[in-house]
Design a protein around this ligand. Structure first.
Ligand code: H79
Length: 527
């Protein structure tokens, strides 16, 4: 509530500023018109100057205000840390939502497939895969797709990467097959990241993979076919605000100066909106467009995108980082909420520590960790969008493939407890922030209360066990359990239930390497 009030106040401030600036321009123009005819030329000049000035002022003010508004949200979501106080308060993983908005997200027929899908493949692929984390012999810290920014590479230099981009090993069938083997139901790929390079054939900008590289193929077209064949929903990431290639796009201050002096609307009009139109019209039905880092965005600018998406593809979802209200919300990058969160939401996450390929990042999350995160997120009501960063040759790194396939095998057995499943009716299993232990950044560590998680379907509880106890005990269960068995072998398990406490006897050995899932059929309340 408070947030939206502040926002609308801010917005009216923005509007007032724009109107005021325009009015100054108009007043000056009208005033000069009354001067003697002989002064016409200098009047014209004065007009021009006055208008320019007023425009600049308006731009600056509008951009600044929009920035303030968007930055707060973006920082929180993307986990950016600037001007950190010594002991920062714990940041929430996700923006809070009103019950009305949560209901709007949940009851939206457009988001049905997404709510059920639970698990998607994120692909960050672009020119940044060539330097792969190293620029002029220097390893550049941080996420790989940010290399142009972190190394402050001038556009003229970075652009030259396009001439070398020739990913001859790219095979759309293999990528889509990996997503399928992994048990992922949607695939979200970067059609254009912050570096401004379009990974598709674009009329709006020659800086694209078909027109500017020796490769000359359109990988998004090929992925469209490969995904359609397998029933995988194709989704496109598009960086609507940051575009480091364009003088008026947000983010490139090293070539083009501060963002608040830019004619951001010119960039939106001439590149971002036309390209979003292209991806919406040339690749068949899209599951969604995934916008990111809404710097300089405001509701009026966001609305132009929303209107276009709704007109061209009414079933296409809009994620939560456009700059206005989306169909669902993203958590911060790699941020999993502590508790059940209502509404529709997604955790975008890395499989190592980068999104775009970095040759020396081998910090892979192991299959057991990925399974835990997938189930943990599902048990809190969300989706997991897990990223891979293919190389400049077009190959998804083998360790990523092996990890994803291993999780996929687990899902073949236990997928019933994930796809289309709802959150836990309990919550005592999650735990809380430690009062004493801190992580490297000084943030309190989250201490898990239990080594199990719960997902639900009507009349069923799924207990995911991440360690293997002799028996499983559960308090607070209100319904009556009629049957219990492991999804891995379907053999009935002995159990007893009294005074809200359930005890299930388990065999000596866990049926599988990764988590084992007990299915409980329950009558009455809960679930
Ligand atoms: O696409 C991925 C990221 O590139 C994008 N969102 C995910 C899905 C993203 N954009 N911005 N951020 C994430 C926040 C980035 C913060 C940082 Fe940095 C980039 C920290 C280190 C490099 C900017 C530059 C802030 C500090 C230095």
């Amino acid at each position: 509530m408070r947030n939206s009030t502040t926002r609308s106040v801010r917005q009216s401030v923005v509007l007032q500023a724009v109107i005021a600036a325009l009015l100054i321009g108009v007043t000056v123009a009208v005033a000069t018109r009354f001067k003697a005819a002989g002064q016409q030329q200098s009047n014209q000049q004065a007009n021009q100057q006055a208008n320019q000035q007023a425009n600049q002022q308006a731009n600056q003010q509008a951009n600044q205000q929009a920035n303030q508004q968007a930055n707060q949200q973006a920082n929180q979501q993307a986990g950016q840390q600037t001007n950190q106080p010594a002991t920062p308060p714990p940041r929430p993983a996700i923006t809070t939502v009103s019950p009305e908005d949560a209901a709007r997200e949940t009851n939206n027929p457009r988001s049905k497939w997404f709510r059920e899908a639970k698990y998607g493949l994120f692909i960050h692929w672009g020119l940044y895969a060539i330097p792969a984390g190293t620029w002029k012999g220097q390893q550049i810290p941080g996420i790989g797709e940010w290399i142009m920014n972190r190394a402050k590479v001038p556009v003229k230099e970075y652009e030259q990467l396009a001439a070398q981009f020739n990913p001859v090993k790219f095979n759309a069938e293999e990528w889509a097959q990996l997503a399928q083997d992994a048990g992922m139901k949607y695939l979200t790929i970067t059609s254009k990241h912050h570096d401004g390079f379009a990974m598709f054939k674009s009329q709006a900008s020659k800086y694209n993979i078909v027109d500017a590289t020796p490769f000359k193929r359109d990988p998004l077209k090929e992925l469209q076919a490969a995904c359609a064949k397998r029933g995988i929903k194709l989704c496109f990431y598009y960086s609507q605000a940051q575009d480091w290639h364009e003088p008026n796009g947000a983010g490139n201050t090293w070539d083009f100066g501060p963002d608040d002096q830019k004619d951001f609307d010119q960039y939106l009009r001439d590149k971002a909106l036309p390209q979003v139109r292209e991806i919406l019209t040339q690749y068949g039905p899209l599951g969604m467009i995934w916008f990111d880092t809404p710097r300089l965005m405001n509701e009026q600018r966001a609305e132009q995108f929303t209107k276009m998406v709704r007109e061209l593809q009414p079933d296409c979802l809009i994620n939560g980082r456009l700059g206005g209200k989306g169909d669902y919300r993203s958590t911060g990058d790699n941020r999993i909420p502590d508790q059940v969160v209502p509404g529709v939401w997604e955790v975008p996450a890395t499989i190592n520590d980068t999104w775009g390929y970095k040759s020396y990042d081998d910090h892979w999350k192991q299959p057991a960790d990925i399974v835990f995160k997938l189930v943990d997120i599902a048990s809190k009501g969300g989706n997991y969008l897990l990223n891979v960063g293919p190389t400049a040759e077009g190959v998804i790194p083998q360790p990523s493939q092996d990890i994803l396939r291993k999780v996929g095998q687990w899902l073949k057995v236990n997928g019933e407890a994930v796809y289309g499943a709802g959150p836990t009716p309990f919550g005592q299993e999650f735990g809380k922030l430690s009062e004493t232990k801190k992580d490297q950044r000084g943030q309190p560590v989250f201490e898990q209360a239990k080594e199990w998680r719960v997902t639900t379907k009507p009349g069923r509880l799924y207990i995911h066990l991440f360690t293997w106890p002799k028996e499983f005990a559960l308090e607070g269960l209100k319904g009556k359990v009629t049957k219990a068995y492991l999804l891995a072998d379907s053999k009935a398990l002995k159990f007893s239930q009294s005074e809200g406490k359930l005890v299930v006897q388990l065999p000596d050995k866990a049926p599988g390497e990764l988590a084992s899932v007990i299915r409980l059929d329950v009558s009455g309340v809960n679930p």
